[in-house]
Structures are given as structure tokens and as C-alpha cells.
Design a protein around this ligand. Sequence first.
Ligand code: KIV
Length: 269
Amino acid sequence: MTTVRDVQAMAGDEQITMLTAYDAATANIVDEAGIDVVLVGDSMGNAVLGYDDTLPVTVDEVASRVGAVARGTDEALVVADMPFLSFGADLAESVENCGRMLKEEGANAVKLESGPHTVELTERLSDLGIPTMAHLGLTPQSVNQTGYTQQATDREEATEILELAQAHEEAGAFALVLEHVPANLAAQVTEAIDIPTIGIGAGSECDGQVLVFTDVVGLAKSSPPFAAQFGDARTEIHDAVSDYADAVRAGEFPAEEHANTESELDDLY
Ligand code: KIV
């Protein structure tokens, strides 16, 4: 099983691979394919739960998916992404919600969309043995303040990200996601801190990369400009489902090998 220390040891040596998963079946595939970190992202809101954004996702929804992913994963580090308002307002409640993901669901770590309000919480979680991944730049839970555009394009915001990255490292975060920020900022943050940076829309100079599963396999209806599609699962699944429907309608399924008859049941009425 991969630990946070293993992930940290990879930084600077080999690229860390991280991908989201939201259920046991896909987590199992992602794990078998050799991904280092499986993120049970609150991106489940748009990716699989049918919401317009991540804001409605609940702690119970994430917990249920974290449990499924942890059961489907043998090797990768499982990180639970804490949903909107499950952390940050009250320290004790935040610790309880984060702790639940490890204690009851089998996650190895949590991720928090970060800002000045998560420094103290990161320190507390770290003290309590809950490894925390920070997340700066575009934080989709703040969509109502920032939209989905690239963040930190001016010196003031970029400096704030650099300082927050350092503050979270000092507070005990074991890694940092940098989302949709200029590549030269991500490169400087990676240089400035010792914990691994994992980029998404942040260029190639981070210590690793993360994407959303449905974008990568081609299941998403639309994807952000920085995502890449490596497969066409939508077409594959569509074809399999319509072949199944055609076979049922044509009386070709089930065939003899899919059924069993017991001769003594022949004359029931
Ligand atoms: O929720 C998510 O999937 C994420 C990644 C995009 C980093 O936060």
C-alpha cells in the first residue's frame, strides 16, 4: 500500500500520478493501471452525481464513495476530498468530518480546498494523524467568487499563492494541488516548497499531475480546456448498451447458455 511518505519520496525523482475515482469498480481499474494516488474528488458533483457544480455535494455522499473506492483499491493512496462547508467554519466539526473519512471509510488522507482559513485546521489534522493535501489556485468550491477562470495571473495573487503554499507546508500538509494557475507560478511554488506539488492546468513543472477520471476516459459531456482525453469510453459504453438492447429486442439474448431449465418443473400447470 502506498503511503504519504512514498508519495513524498517520489517528488523530484519520478512524476506522481493522481486520478479521481468515485466507485469500487473504476477505482479497481485505476489502481490496477498503476495510478499512485486515487482522489475521491468532490468533482463527483459534476462528474457522476448530476449536479451543475460541486457545491451541493454532502459529507455523506463523499463518505459513501470513499468507502467504495477504498474497498476497490489495493495499492494506491486513497485521498478523500472534503466537500463545501464540511470544513473551515468550525474546527471541531471540521476535524470530525475529516476524521470520519479515515476512521469509518478507509481513506488514507484528506484534501481541503485551501486558503487562509485552512492553515490552523491543517496543523490540527496533522497533529491528530490525518494527512492533509492542500489545494490552491482555482478552488471550484469558490466558483461564486472566482468563476472557473485561471487564477493568480497578477503578481499580488501569485505572491499570495506562494505564501499560502509555504504556510500549508509549515502547517504539515503532505502535498499541494495547484489548479489552473500559470505554469511559471506553479514552477516557482514547486521550487519554493519541499512537499510535492500536483498540478492540474498548471503546466509540466509540478511533481505530479491530476485529472478527473471522466475527462481522461472520455465519459464527460464537456471538459475543462486543460484536461486531456485518453479514451472514448462514452462511445464504447453507448455501443455496448445499444448492442444489448438490440439483442433483447431481436430475441437473441438470453441465449441457451444464459439460462437453465429443470425438467421436473415442466408440468407445473
Ligand atoms: O474534486 C476534484 O476532482 C479535484 C481535482 C480536480 C484536483 O479537486
